[in-house]
Design a binder for this molecule. Structure first.
Ligand code: GRF
Length: 201
């Protein structure tokens, strides 16, 4: 039998992506821990409901980013994690952390990168006036939303869109492509060459 891919999901908020990943029941993937920097994140309830261990590491209790990240690394150790999945995790990870899990951290961003990186991507897309936006799953490198792109999905922008309506349409796609990207990783099909990610058997 193939070895299971052991996944840690990092959250800060509502956790709809976490829910989608749980519900996808990806073969040979086990969510071994959910890490939250926010003790009040609703995502924590979702994890508990599915008996997934939760580690709350509140960044406000640490005097520096590095100290906070050292604690995460220490807490993760016993879980022997193969892949970290950022799902609405609202802390930027420093190069120190990214190097510790090189090419083993994924993020999802609610825009078609490299357009509209950073916070409020949906608002940025609406006010820019683009006709299409979407979402991007990418590996995390040392920049913000700059790593090699794994999957993207395009979402149209309609004339009567509000931020909420557009976000809802984007979320639907996020919930489809994030589990798909994790499945591809677990199957060993993602090959990074420079900035490009190739999907191969
Ligand atoms: C998503 O829109 C994702 O693109 C962004 O944060 C949001 C998380 O939502 N990185 P949820 O907590 O998974 O509902």
């Amino acid at each position: 039998m193939n070895k299971k891919t052991r996944v840690a999901v990092f959250v800060s908020g509502s956790g709809t992506n976490l829910q989608a990943i749980i519900d996808a029941n990806i073969p040979n993937v086990e969510i071994v821990v959910v890490v939250s920097n926010n003790p009040n994140a609703y995502a924590i309830e979702r994890a508990k409901r599915h008996n997934i261990p939760v580690e709350v590491i509140d960044h406000r209790n640490y005097s520096s980013r590095e100290e906070f990240e050292r604690e995460i690394i220490k807490k993760l150790e016993p879980y022997r994690v193969d892949l970290i999945v950022l799902a609405g995790f609202m802390r930027i990870l420093s190069p120190f952390f990214v190097r510790a899990y090189k090419n083993r951290i994924m993020n999802i961003h609610p825009a078609l990168l490299p357009a509209f990186p950073g916070v409020n991507a949906v608002r940025q897309a609406l006010s820019y006036g683009v006709k299409y936006t979407g979402c991007t799953v990418h590996f995390v490198d040392e920049g913000v939303d700059t790593g090699p792109i794994i999957l993207q999905s395009v979402v149209p922008v309609y004339d009567d869109d509000t931020e909420e309506k557009l976000l809802e349409r984007i979320h639907k796609e996020e919930h489809r492509i994030y589990p798909e990207a994790i499945r591809l990783f677990a199957e060993g099909k993602l090959h990074i060459e420079g900035r490009r990610v190739f999907i191969r058997d």
